[in-house]
Design a protein around this ligand. Structure first.
Ligand code: PLP
Length: 450
């Protein structure tokens, strides 16, 4: 493929000269040149292997280079690489059927996009056209993507630079007991008070101005915030009462991450629209989508849906999704995520918390965990402030460097490290990662004040 040898220096130099990287001050980064990847690992040009506890951006749910998925992409490339979205295509139809078979309730139609943010854009557009209402509500502790509507709906600081001030978005607080906005002391109180807060916000906004409420089923980048029992059912009830479309964003939580096909399965809640991407094909080829309920599909039976994409349902992406969903079922990859979470990661992380004063809270399920790192367990002061920069971020930078030295690639966001390996991770690999975390946490402990 390459016209010159891919040495470490050549890759590094061409990258630095010509690749403009996401979310970064271009002069302050030194991206690692990666030479290859397989399963739960990737490696650089100096033979350093890294156990990927980040699943890249929490997307390689089946690990790297699953041979059956690679073969399916190669086979499809030999048959037909691209076809416009207006045609009926075998792999596209089969991918949609397999997604619909797994999504809860009547979410049986699929609109394919190229990624998660576009899925959110289209879900919001569907909700606005379906209801004829302008506004959409989302939580502060959220990430929904970097395109226009998705970044405005996003709560995390990546929104700030693109914030138009409103764009029809109303933000509220979701439940998060460890850092409760409602002074709650139990999960039940947190649930009840978070629902009362949402109900009151709705009343003051005017419920019939609200097209949709969008929630990550388990907010991911914001800290793996597993909602208390009853919260999502409560939001569902509020949406039903006011004719509001309930959108669950399963871009990160979906396709096995929580140890179930979808996080919604854990709570037995069916939204009206569900967005997905990442795990649907582990990101082998860009793909996302919206799963659509019967009632919303009905709106567009006789009336055109005002949206489309040249690459909606791209054959290479759909072929990789078909192969991914089939191998996930054949190899019980979702079951593996559940078992590893229950038997290895959950107990192992709780055990680390007992020994490391920097670990304030362990939360999660499946292969979707977060360690909330603190300066002081009693005050729960975060190890670094919200949106840290420069020297403020030193404790987390030290921790991340300590992980990498030990061959572990961590997911780090603000004062948290997330433990989000592939759903295919073995027990031995998970234990290897926990041992590296154990050593690296000493770097975080050194910044505690208690
Ligand atoms: N929604 C959620 C919950 C996400 O975690 C992300 C990405 O991390 C997105 C949407 C955006 O997806 P993408 O980066 O594929 O556009």
């Amino acid at each position: 493929i390459l016209t010159r040898p891919a040495t470490k220096a050549a890759v590094r130099d061409a990258d630095r000269a010509h690749v403009f990287h996401s979310w970064s001050a271009q002069g302050q980064i030194e991206p690692l040149p990666v030479a290859g990847a397989e399963g739960s690992y990737f490696w650089d040009y100096d033979d350093n292997r890294y156990l990927d506890f980040s699943s890249q951006l929490v997307n390689t749910n089946i690990g790297h280079q699953h041979p059956k998925v690679v073969a399916a992409i190669q086979e499809q490339a030999g048959r037909v690489c691209t076809l416009a979205p207006g045609f009926a295509v075998d792999v596209r139809a089969e991918a949609a059927r397999l997604v619909a078979e797994r999504t809860p309730g009547d979410l049986d139609r699929v609109f394919f996009t190229n990624a998660g943010a576009e899925a959110v854009e289209h879900a919001v557009r569907m909700a606005r056209v379906h209801t004829g209402r302008p506004k959409v509500m989302s939580t502060y502790r959220s990430y929904h993507g970097a395109t226009a509507a998705a970044i405005n709906l996003t709560g995390d600081p990546r929104r700030w630079a693109s914030d138009t001030g409103s764009a029809g978005v109303v933000r509220f607080w979701g439940p998060h007991l460890y850092r409760s906005h409602f002074h709650a002391e139990t999960e039940a109180q947190e649930c009840e008070r978070a629902l009362a807060h949402l109900e009151e916000t709705l009343a003051f906004e005017g419920p019939n101005t609200i097209a949709a409420i969008i929630l990550e089923t388990v907010p991911g980048t914001a800290g793996v915030l597993v909602p208390p029992p009853g919260y999502l059912a409560g939001v569902r009830e509020l949406c039903d009462r006011h004719g509001i479309v309930f959108i669950l964003d399963e871009v990160m939580a979906g396709f096995g991450r929580t140890g179930t096909w979808f996080a919604a399965d854990l709570f037995q809640v069916t939204p009206d629209l569900m967005t997905f991407a990442k795990g649907v094909n582990s990101g082998y080829v860009p793909l996302g989508g919206v799963a659509i309920s019967d009632a919303i599909a009905e709106t567009f039976e006789q009336r055109p849906y005002p949206g489309g994409l040249t690459y909606s349902g791209h054959p290479l992406a759909c072929a990789s999704a078909v192969a991914t969903l089939n191998v996930m079922a054949q190899e019980d990859i979702v079951g593996n995520a559940a078992r590893i979470g229950e038997r290895v990661l959950g107990p192992g992380l709780r055990e680390l918390a007992e020994r490391h004063p920097s670990v304030g809270e362990v939360r999660g399920t499946g292969v979707f965990w977060a360690l909330d790192l603190v300066r002081d367990r009693d005050t729960r002061e975060p190890l670094v402030p919200y949106q840290p920069s420069g020297p403020d971020n030193q404790p987390m930078a030290d921790f991340a460097a300590a992980c990498k030295t030990r061959g572990l690639w961590p997911f780090v966001n603000m004062n948290r490290t997330h433990v989000v390996p592939p759903c295919t991770i073995t027990e031995a690999e998970a234990k290897e990662g926990l041992a590296a975390l154990d050593e690296a946490l000493a770097a975080a402990d050194a910044h505690t004040t208690a």
